[in-house]
Unconditional design. Structure first.
Length: 268
């Protein structure tokens, strides 16, 4: 479907696949990659035929974080003036691309092979479901380099995994294996090397078979109520949930169940 020079964008049925495509640099984040990522999130949100997104990396790695050569002043991040102009026009674009300041409406499944460290692990925290190959490596290395993990990890990580594990990852800057990442709850599945994308696409296909209005409302409710009291969260859930029962898709789901046939959802 296109993309930028460092992002490949493809359709797999109702799933949009965004592939970080800078394998020679372990998919370290570049200007074209950030612009392409943000455009991909917007495209997924705007297209009602897309029901899920899979985020992965090319060449056996997910993402090794920001290009440190660029941070040191090297302009070799790639891209021409069109990318720099986009970044200047929207100074928040890189945070939106990395899912720090943008939450896609559609579910996002991460398929991780190889390195998923620093900014890669930070971006991972913005995804909804996570699959890792057995030899994948995770970690927030910033403190080892005298840096701060400013992509959201000091806020999000302790809300996603137990605080003791979050602080150990943040304060030691050490690498984590995929089995350890699964044990502490950072990822949900560990699969044989080379099969993370297949597993992620299988999960996405299960999502795609469900009612899209229901799926999007459920995702929105989970995030909206995360920091509410239980009482406030339950009230907010009703606001999100009740309208779903009045949709044609909800009626179709019931009819299909009664008729023992697959439902045909029309986002209505």
């Amino acid at each position: 479907m296109g993309g930028t020079e460092h992002i490949a964008v493809e359709r797999e049925g109702a799933t949009l696949v965004l592939t970080l495509n800078r394998p020679e640099a372990k998919n370290a984040l570049s200007l074209p990659m950030l612009v392409g990522l943000y455009d991909g999130w917007l495209a997924a949100d705007a297209d009602d035929e897309i029901r899920s997104v899979v985020l992965t990396g090319a060449g056996g790695d997910f993402c090794a974080g920001m290009d440190l050569k660029a941070l040191a002043g090297d302009t070799g991040m790639g891209g021409g003036d069109q990318y720099r102009d986009r970044m200047k026009a929207d100074p928040d674009l890189h945070w939106k691309a990395m899912l720090r300041h943008h939450r896609p409406r559609k579910p996002v499944v991460a398929a991780v092979e190889g390195y998923c460290v620093a900014g890669g692990t930070e971006m991972l925290q913005g995804t909804d479901i996570r699959v890792a190959a057995r030899s994948a490596t995770f970690g927030l290395f910033e403190v080892r380099r005298g840096l701060f993990p400013i992509g959201g990890s000091t806020v999000r990580l302790p809300r996603q995994i137990p605080r003791t594990h979050a602080l150990e990852m943040l304060l030691t800057g050490r690498p984590y294996s995929a089995p350890e990442a699964e044990r502490i709850g950072l990822v949900g599945h560990v699969v044989p090397d080379g099969t993370a994308l297949d597993k992620a696409l299988a999960i996405a296909e299960q999502i795609n078979a469900c009612g899209p209005l229901a799926v999007e409302a459920v995702k929105a409710s989970v995030y909206e109520t995360a920091e509410m009291t239980e009482t406030d969260g339950l009230a907010a859930e009703l606001v999100r949930g009740w309208p779903v029962f009045d949709t044609a898709d909800a009626k179709e789901g019931s009819r299909a169940f009664a008729g023992k046939r697959p439902p045909v959802y029309r986002r209505a």
